[in-house]
Design a protein. Sequence first.
Length: 388
Amino acid sequence: MRKVAVIGVGHSKFGVRKDVNLSELTYEAVKPALEDATVSMPDIDFVAFATVGGMYEESLPAVVAAEYSGFTGAGLVRCEAACASGSAAFYTSYLNVASGMSDLSMAVGMEKMTEVDTPTMMEMIGRAGSYLWEFHNFGMTFPAYYALYASAHMAKYGTTEEDLAEVAIKAHKYGAMNPHARFQKETDMDQVLSSFLVAWPLKLYDCSPICDGSAAVILASEEKAKELGIDTPIWVKGVGHSSDTANLSKRSDFLGLQASVTASRKAYKMAGVGPGDLDVANVHDCFTIAELLAYEDLGFAERGKAAEMVREGETEVGGRLPVNVDGGLKAKGHPIGATGCSMIYELTKQLRDEADSRKRQVPLKNNLALAHNVGGTGHYCYVTILER
Ligand code: COA
């Protein structure tokens, strides 16, 4: 396998984007990514497009959005792994370059979720797991799945609703500093705890919002990065992936996501590093409990100790391991197909020391970052380790 570098990244504004259609929204990320990599569209040999789709009339939009962006002729595929679709596209593009098939490839993720109302969206994304069995028989929705995990964690480890709220408060603090974030406003304990109940113990402020957005990443071989004169290539040092049962009743407990454990161990092994070496991480906080589960699954904290990390400020800028200092899915937003590429965007900027605000730039020591992207309730997981 060849060495592969991230050489260009682009990001749209996340939010309710009634002002653009899906192709225009995609191009908002593609254009800055091309400029960042100093390449033009015909240079790109392969494009992996991430979208769950189905919520707009153009239900398989890869070719339409690619044509609008000027990519006719490039190899093209749509990747889907539920909320980890962006990382599946990143992985596909990475393999394309690592294998020697292409010298330059792109992963682009886009979702336009606000085209449908919330109940319709709930029903559609409920299909990420065992839809016919669990959604139809038991009314299981995404918030309900993560509520199972939250209540199990509370029962076993004494995690509280206030602990979950601390995750939301941290997310909104950094979202307020991120110009791409859907929610650019801080929140506090009272607002989080008094927000309406979605699925106990999860309230409105424990949930990531339904929103629209796109993100793009350009990958190059070592030779190509040199030829282009890229001065800060960000190397893909490790990748790991895993999946788990579709049916949650087949899982042994609801205290963590086995797919996250397996995927992260593979990525650490490939990169030859451990959680203690990381300077910064983005984890899949689709609900506040998911961020706590991630700390424990990825080895950032011992089992049952994740809430302590947040309470003690260890995952803030300046703390032991800053996590989701772009606002995370919770405050930046979670347009499903875009999320995996959005994480790579943020970590690339962090490793280049180019965060949009110095207040959310992490100090760099080992120049290592980790992205953790989950699809469904741990039905799919991708972990990527980057190094400057
Ligand atoms: N956090 C904080 N505020 C939120 C929010 C969130 N997650 N979602 C919406 N809001 C705000 C809106 O800005 C709006 O505020 P305003 O009245 O001041 O304008 C208000 O809450 C109502 O927004 P609306 O879009 O009508 O909310 P909703 O009730 O339709 O949807 C949820 C709220 C939580 C049910 C919905 O966002 C949801 O289902 N989230 C989870 C998505 C999901 O499962 N993703 C996949 C996970 S892997």
